[in-house]
Design a protein around this ligand. Structure first.
Ligand code: HEC
Length: 192
């Protein structure tokens, strides 16, 4: 073997092993630690966003756009603490437009991943995430909200709001303690 071809083989082997490592890293990098208390994420209308690759601006630009668009990789979108959509790298899963669906268990210690995947993930009521979200008109990149063409959720908006406010992963700060005390006082003192 000539030194050049040995070098070529070696570089090829190195390249292959590097890309294998890369693929594993890409899937492994999203863990239960990637998710946090909803109130620490950025609110947009009725839902919350984050970006795991540090591109929150890119995520917000699409979330706030009145004409839609494609969310950048790393985007995290949540309506309730236990259901998450994460945008993966382009081409990761063309069927779900590169969205990965997560169903979490949450408590004061953080998040645990119950299920993750693509078109095959069901929520805890055994309903398929993808089946609902794929109905959003194409310009909305599978984000449903209340007017993008998806089947409506069987839960009223005020219930969703209170689920958002009581994410068990959020630390109770002075303001929220004061807030719950005030609302308790108001309920106590209010005439029926
Ligand atoms: C019955 C249909 C249905 C199923 C099943 C469903 N969703 Fe949704 N989802 C919706 C609708 C409708 C909304 C918008 C609600 C609103 O804002 O009024 C929504 C909102 C969301 C949002 C906020 C962004 C958006 O699209 O408005 C995320 C993130 C989300 N769902 C993730 C999931 C995940 C993850 C699963 C599965 C574990 C899931 N959903 C299952 C219909 C569904």
């Amino acid at each position: 073997m000539t030194p050049t071809s040995r070098f070529a083989r070696l570089s090829l082997a190195l390249l292959l092993s590097l890309s294998a490592v890369n693929v594993t890293a890409a899937t492994a990098e999203i863990s239960e630690k990637s998710f946090r208390c909803l109130q620490e994420m950025t609110p947009v209308r009725g839902f919350f966003v984050d970006n795991l690759s540090g591109n929150l601006e890119g995520t917000l630009a699409i979330a706030k756009s009145s004409t839609g668009g494609v969310y950048p990789p790393g985007s995290v979108v949540q309506l309730v603490p236990t259901e998450v959509m994460v945008k993966r790298e382009p081409g990761f899963n063309p069927v779900t437009k590169d969205w990965e669906f997560f169903e979490l268990d949450v408590d004061k210690n953080g998040s645990k991943i119950r299920k993750r995947g693509f078109a095959d993930v069901n929520n805890r009521f055994d309903k398929n995430c993808f089946a609902c979200h794929v109905a959003a008109k194409p310009e909305w990149d599978m984000i449903c909200e209340d007017s993008h063409g998806c089947e409506k959720l069987p839960i009223p908006e005020y219930v969703i709001h209170s689920i958002q406010k009581t994410d068990p992963r959020c630390k109770m700060n002075d303001a929220s303690v004061l807030q719950s005390f005030t609302s308790w006082m108001v309920r106590k003192l209010a005439p029926n």
